[in-house]
Design a protein around this ligand. Sequence first.
Ligand SMILES: Nc1ncnc2c1ncn2[C@@H]1O[C@H](COP(=O)(O)OP(=O)(O)OP(=O)(O)O)[C@@H](O)[C@H]1O
Ligand SMILES: [Mg+2]
Length: 328
Amino acid sequence: MADAPMIEAKGLKVHFQTAAGLVRAVDGVDLTVPKGAFHGIVGESGCGKTTLARAVAGLQKATAGTVKIAGRDRAEWQAADRRGFARSVQFVFQDPLGSMSRRQTVGQTLEEPLLIHGLGNAGARKARVAELLDLVALPETVLDRLPRSLSGGQRQRVSIARALALDPQLLIADEPLSALDVSVRAQIVNLFARLQERLGLTIVIVAHDLAIVREVCSSVTVMYLGRVAEEGAAKPLFSDPAHPYSQALLSAVPSPDPRIEATRPRILLQGDPPSPRNPPPGCRFSTRCPVAEAACRAEEPALRPVAHGGRAACLLANAAQHAVIDHA
Ligand SMILES: Nc1ncnc2c1ncn2[C@@H]1O[C@H](COP(=O)(O)OP(=O)(O)OP(=O)(O)O)[C@@H](O)[C@H]1O
Ligand SMILES: [Mg+2]
């Protein structure tokens, strides 16, 4: 379907049965990512970002809900044409070293998916590997090197190149920056942005670094305890967040503008998020929310439209925004 979104997840749940009880890692998420978007997923540690990303990519079985990729049911597609699905949807892992064979050279690492999928003869594969290196701006001199002899940034470029080998439509990257030095992060993010433009890819990136998400993402999902707290176009959402949780997250991000930095409100969240084994009743954020009222503890809020054009799951949405900023 030409006009279908790249990702359309509905009512997605991923629950893990553990000795200590049922972990509701993803607990009813709707996610729509249009074709050609650069989408960010943010939120504190443990809120379900990785589990959501893996469930969308088909690496994690969902407990409930559906995922469509480019209009096709993901589970059916994977069952009917595993290879075709794998060519279309690629995952970039957090730790590039852990996701590569330590004994394979960069050249072998990049050729491997082409061999597995039976693409081209030796000459065509060699040409494709050279093209992939060029796409991620690595010199041909890395071809004979082993992953561990590369810098962190180079390794992540290799793992991105490998993910691109089969010319996917969708790249899902789980914290591709977290293993990198701060100085290298911007380069890798710029690489993603360039690839997205040049290849017309759709990219979903899970990231902790909100400043980077603000810079490059076209749209964003803010997660809290297995649910979507807020979503929308990145720039409007980041400049006018409606959910008190997004406001708190963003208030921790320093501004490069010293005037804004001097006056920006800082909202400190108390304590850690509650356990996904036992989410609080009503709004899951109500136990840490600076503006929660009795109604917030009674009813779990649905996502509804807010001023920045996206949606937030907060009963007080735009009203809360002003209360928080006035009191900060
Ligand atoms: N295989 C599993 N079995 C049991 N619990 C799991 C499993 N995978 C994840 N969880 C739990 O599900 C919740 C969400 O985990 P997830 O890794 O998706 O969070 P995250 O947002 O990616 O966190 P981080 O920012 O630390 O990477 C956590 O409470 C985690 O402990
Ligand atoms: Mg994670």
